[in-house]
Design a protein around this ligand. Structure first.
Ligand code: ATP
Ligand code: MG
Length: 256
């Protein structure tokens, strides 16, 4: 049975007194422990989808199901790394990443040791006592990822977690994320605008249409990891994905 299902989601926002349809009967299904990537043109409704799954936003119609049961609001099943890093500016790096354990009343000594290991793994040792404003955009993004992991949830919602990173750091972070996933086998939903990132990481890729978003394609990537983007099967899938995406992108951008 599918652990997480998005069924027939519809969402409309009021913008300048007109109704902006953002999601239009969107369906997705994600198995327990599956790594799923979501691709779609900018503004199509990807972050809106995560806001609904995590319970921050109530959809107009349709719903989110966990193991067949409809869920409402924040159920505590998800750790959500939002597109905009929402680090608390008045807390140091270590105190930011300990927010989850604090909320869960975990013994902070053990959590702190684990947090320090995670920070070191993501290249942040020595910055535990810095404040977010003292870090670069890419460093803040890595702190936000550690904070998300420290919530220790079975389902991770990652909205462009590597968007602010340069290509080299991004490659390192992708492989660290795969290591973490291989160890803990969380269910991962990853929004990315990077086709190669989706192909290197995911078991399954959903392509969403231009706004209003609905499911355009479901593409399986049944290849062992670590993957190499020059692998012939990946090159074939990349062409397929780009062709599908370009059709949707051309609806958004006037490429004349
Ligand atoms: N709270 C809101 N109120 C009104 N409109 C909203 C709200 N949130 C999102 N929108 C609109 O919904 C549309 C989809 O936004 P969303 O952030 O989900 O897109 P996205 O696919 O995540 O884009 P990007 O790839 O650029 O991050 C946009 O047109 C945006 O203006
Ligand atoms: Mg977004």
């Amino acid at each position: 049975m599918s652990r997480l299902a998005v069924k027939n989601l519809t969402q409309t926002f009021d913008q300048k007194n007109t109704a902006l349809r953002v999601l239009d009967g969107l369906n997705l299904s994600v198995d327990d422990g599956e790594f799923v990537a979501l691709l779609g043109p900018s503004g199509c409704g990807k972050s809106t989808l995560f806001n609904i799954i995590s319970g921050l936003l109530v959809p107009d119609t349709g719903g989110i199901y966990l193991n067949g049961e409809r869920i409402y609001g924040n159920t505590g099943d998800f750790a959500y790394m939002q597109q905009k890093d929402l680090l608390l500016p008045w807390r140091t790096v270590i105190r930011n990443v300990l927010v989850g354990p604090e909320i869960h009343n975990e013994p902070l000594d053990t959590a702190k040791t684990e947090a320090q290991q995670r920070l070191a793994q993501l290249g942040l040792s020595g910055f535990e006592n810095s404040y977010p404003m003292q870090l670069s955009g890419g460093m803040r993004q890595r702190v936000a990822l550690v904070r998300t992991l420290m919530f220790r949830k079975r389902i991770l919602l990652l909205d462009e977690p590597f968007g602010a990173l340069d290509a080299m750091t991004r490659t390192v972070m992708q492989s660290i994320l795969l290591d973490i996933w291989a160890e803990d086998k969380q269910t991962v939903l990853l929004i990315t605008h990077d086709v190669e990132e989706a192909l290197l990481l995911a078991d399954k890729i959903y392509v969403l249409t231009a706004r209003p978003a609905t499911q355009k394609a479901e593409i399986f990537v049944p290849l062992p990891r670590p993957r190499n983007i020059t692998d012939v099967s990946l090159i074939r899938l990349k062409k397929e994905l780009l062709a599908v995406l370009q059709v949707e992108m051309s609806k958004v951008f006037d490429t004349g």
